[in-house]
Write a protein that binds this ligand. Structure first.
Ligand SMILES: [Zn+2]
Ligand SMILES: [Zn+2]
Length: 741
């Protein structure tokens, strides 16, 4: 029997053809394999059982970095054949993009680095078809060395012969290098081992190192030294927001974090994200993640990190090289001017970084990886989306921005770009849009953006729509959150979206954030929402939870109920005047702000902090609470009134009940609200998304309650529940729009 097989997906640049050749040789199958513009194709000949097994193993044993979007096969006439060959690539047609994400160091390359008899012993830029830089060094497609940052490093003879040998692990691996022909380490006037020793000394002395990593500069400091970490916080102007920690090895990681088998496997995977893990022991300095029972942990994922961490022999804080909220620096001069005031020393190399790619962050919940930030290892892997209309470009929101390009049945979501508050952030968005279009050679025909008129992403979309004469779909923020989850799981409307977050611009021009949306076709119906309450000072309330508390009490209990001890007398008087006269006190239905208010009232977190800090404090307190006692919302015509909840909570407080119990009852009340809204909507499929569902406890309680009542619950996994998913959701809604009109 002979089969013609075509494989679509990310199957080039990931060692797929050598894998096929080895598999065929192992099974005694005859034929050939080659790259095509659309992926990989092959003809294989053998008995029917053998070919069945081959097809199975093709997917089951594929190289870790490969992503298969589809396999098609058909029977063709047998031929005289004597072996299995890798044929030259088929050329002629327009190249179809197939770009792997950056891949973490593989075990074989790591082993070579530790072997003094190997050419690449201790070489910090080693890689092969299974590992190494990809998206962060590719300038344009098709993916060949001259179009990567490796163009400046011609292969030496030894590397060249490995590159040409079909059964070698480095066959056609574009970025391969060795100490003879590849990039080298630099630190000031020092090179190679001397540069590394200087960096090691810097870190051991408790000083701050700026490391030119894979997709950008990182700041590193001894994570076991309270003083060193505090110094980094001061210079980086970052008060409490947790830092991630890179551990030299698994043993060291397990001495500071609890990690399940799935979590360890995820940390070791080719994507190698930062994972939020439960913290144990006293190894890590408290200043790394103040007041937080979790730790963002990762393992060395490049040869350079492996070498450096082994040299230092202790865990290091590893955070993006930037000032708060700005994008990462990627160029030497840029890094000097932006990080010069933070870092005591620089460890760099002469391989250019083409585009910034930050570390990905996620957590494992019940065996499922859920990303909070999608970047290295994941971007720009395509996500299959059955849509055959004109290409759509979606611009995202304002925070944790990503851009999505939807074309030919696939959505390509950019890496996490950060916030658009700074000119640097806005510039990065514009460059990423241009980069994506150029990279994939796609002309968008429809644009999509947020409904918010003042987002920098909206203004950029408007400009492009005008310049190119394209239609612009303005998509409501929470509708987009629901759409992202639908895009990820292949849901078709109608379904219910319970979308809870900090805030988004509503269709009525008000601030939304506690929504029950019935998604139907390309539109939606707002069938429920939280009763809005005023936020004195507007945006300032986001960073100061007690303002939400005051606004909530004022709304529900009147001026007399808004007393308490959260503010000094004079400040409270000013704020009450603002509320009374409706000055700069926008009303919001945000459940994120309700979290802030409850955290402040229960004494867990009242003062200034980063967004989400109060909600996290409430979540951590609730995890320590026990029992089934719950508060309840009033519910009328879909509007959830927190008044009964607030009264019961204040009463519990008077009775001396602790913050942990209050927090747990509050979480259970929200799960009860989710169920009530779902029962009111009467739709089987329910999406839970929005920033509030980064709270693992809230998500689990809602999921359990809805599941027990027979609803099918869908939650974001690889595309974040926070605003990192907004661009994908906008593209999805715009695609529904296209289907309808
Ligand atoms: Zn490798
Ligand atoms: Zn070489």
């Amino acid at each position: 029997m002979r089969l013609g097989i075509r494989v679509r997906g990310v199957v080039q640049g990931v060692g797929f053809r050598p894998f096929v050749a080895r598999l065929a040789a192992e099974m005694g199958i005859l034929g050939w394999v080659r790259n095509t513009p659309a992926g990989v194709e092959m003809e294989v000949q053998g008995s029917a059982e053998l070919l069945q097994a081959f097809l199975r193993d093709l997917e089951a044993r594929k190289p870790a970095p490969a992503r298969i979007l589809g396999v098609e096969h058909e029977e063709i006439p047998e031929r005289v054949e004597t072996g299995f060959r890798i044929q030259p690539s088929q050329a002629g047609q327009a190249p179809r993009p197939s770009v792997p994400a950056d891949l973490a160091l593989c075990p074989e390359c790591a082993a070579e680095m530790g072997d003094p008899s190997e050419r690449r012993y201790r070489y910090p830029f080693t890689n092969c078809t299974n590992c190494g830089p990809r998206y962060s060094i590719i300038r344009s497609l098709p993916y060949d060395r001259p179009r990567t940052a490796m163009v400046a490093f011609p292969l030496c003879e030894a590397c060249g012969s490995q590159y040409r040998e079909p059964l070698d692990r480095r066959y056609h691996a574009q970025p391969i290098a060795c100490p003879v022909c590849g990039p080298r380490l630099i630190s000031g006037g020092l090179e190679g081992e001397e540069a590394l020793a200087h960096a090691r000394q810097t870190l051991l002395e408790g000083r701050i190192l700026a490391l030119k990593g894979l997709g950008g500069y990182q700041l590193m400091v001894d994570a076991t030294s309270e003083e060193a970490v505090r110094c980094l916080r001061e210079r980086k102007r970052r008060e409490d927001k947790p830092f991630a920690v890179m551990f030299p090895d698994e043993a060291s990681l397990r001495s500071a974090c609890r990690a399940s088998a799935t979590e360890l496997a995820t940390l070791r995977s080719v994507e190698a994200p930062i994972l939020l893990l439960e913290r144990v022991g006293e190894l890590i300095a408290p200043a790394v993640a103040p007041g937080n029972p979790q730790l963002g942990a990762m393992l060395p994922n490049t040869p350079l990190h492996l070498l450096l961490l082994a040299e230092v022999g202790r865990p290091l804080v590893c955070t993006s090289g930037n000032l708060s909220e700005e994008p990462m620096a990627i160029g030497e001069d840029e890094a000097r001017s932006r990080l010069g005031g933070i870092a005591d020393a620089f460890l760099e190399h002469d391989r250019p970084i083409v585009r910034p790619v930050d570390d990905s962050v996620g957590r494992v919940e019940g065996g499922t990886l859920r990303l909070l930030r999608r970047a290295r290892g994941f971007a720009p892997l395509p996500h299959a989306l059955p849509y055959g209309g004109p290409p759509i470009l979606a611009f995202g929101g304002h925070q944790k921005v990503t851009v999505t390009l939807l074309f030919e049945g696939q959505a390509v979501v950019s890496q996490h770009l950060g916030d658009l508050n700074s000119p640097l952030g806005q510039d990065l968005l514009a460059r990423t849009v241009a980069d994506l279009l150029d990279f994939f050679r796609v002309e968008p025909r429809v644009l999509a953006c947020d409904l918010h008129p003042d987002y920098a992403s909206t203004r950029l979309a408007e400009r492009m729509a005008l310049e190119r004469g394209l239609p612009l779909r303005r998509i409501q923020h929470h509708h987009a959150h629901a759409g992202a989850c639908a895009a990820e799981w292949g849901l078709t409307p109608p379904f219910l979206g319970l979308i809870w977050d900090g805030s988004g611009f509503g269709s009525d021009g008000r601030l939304w954030g506690g929504e029950a949306l019935r998604i139907e076709g390309w539109g939606f119906q707002r069938i429920g929402h939280l009763r809005p309450f005023p936020l004195p000072g507007g945006d300032r309330a986001v960073k100061e939870p007690r303002r939400s508390a005051l606004g909530l009490c004022w709304e529900l209990l009147g001026e007399a109920g808004a007393s308490g001890s959260l503010f000094a007398e004079s400040e409270r008087t000013t704020l009450l005047t603002m509320l009374g006269r409706n000055l700069n006190s926008p009303r919001s239905s945000s459940i994120g702000r309700l979290f802030d208010a409850v955290a402040a009232l229960s004494g867990l977190r009242a003062g200034p902090g980063f967004e989400g800090q109060a909600a996290m404090a409430l979540e951590f307190a609730a995890r320590a609470g026990t029992g089934d006692d719950s508060y309840a919302f009033g519910l009328q015509d879909g509007v959830a009134d927190p008044a009964p909840l607030l009264e019961a909570m204040l009463e519990d407080q008077r009775r001396g009940l602790g913050g942990e119990a209050l927090a747990r009852r509050f979480h259970l009340a929200l799960a009860g609200l989710a169920l009530a809204w779902a029962q009111g909507a009467g739709l089987e499929d329910v999406v839970l998304s929005g920033g509030c569902f980064q709270n693992a406890l809230l998500a689990r309680l809602c999921e359990e309650k809805l599941g027990a009542a027979g609803f099918r619950v869908h939650r974001p996994a690889l595309f974040p529940a926070n605003d990192g998913g907004i661009s994908l959701g906008q593209a999805w809604v715009a695609a529904q729009w296209g289907n309808e009109v």
